[in-house]
Design a protein around this ligand. Structure first.
Ligand code: HEC
Length: 106
């Protein structure tokens, strides 16, 4: 039989773990798939192979936060970069790209 104190502790730990995951700014995703989405959505044409840059800023190893990254995808600052809405590029795929770019070295 679980004692009430133990249940309270478990619930508290669970809440803290969720809060930490949400605040870390690191999305859940699969970096291994990121490269595939990156090419599929033609990011490569502007940001270059592996995010090394070309007609647009380099993205690999970039220090921007995931929030900012996602924001840029949804509402780019320029008219050159197309906006990628959630129906075109779901957040899970965006997270994969973000993680993949972080892993891809300059
Ligand atoms: C037609 C060219 C083009 C395509 C395609 C394109 N981008 Fe961009 N991107 C740009 C340009 C130009 C900028 C810089 C101006 C701006 O922020 O809008 C930019 C900026 C960005 C930034 C902000 C970089 C920073 O350091 O602030 C991110 C992140 C980004 N792009 C990601 C992507 C991803 C991911 C894709 C594919 C899903 C993509 N872009 C497709 C042209 C493009």
């Amino acid at each position: 039989m679980l004692r009430p104190q133990l249940i309270v502790l478990l619930v508290w730990l669970f809440v803290m773990a969720c809060a930490l995951a949400a605040c870390s700014g690191s999305p859940q995703g699969n970096a291994a798939d990121g490269g595939r989405w990156y090419r599929l959505h033609r990011c490569e044409g502007c940001h270059g192979e592996g995010g090394r840059g070309g007609r647009a800023p380099t993205l690999n190893g970039s220090a921007i936060s995931y929030r900012r990254f996602l924001n840029k995808l949804r509402t780019p600052d320029s008219t050159i970069m197309p906006a990628y809405g959630p129906e075109e590029l779901p957040e899970e795929d965006a997270a994969d790209i973000f993680l993949w770019l972080q892993k891809t070295q300059r």
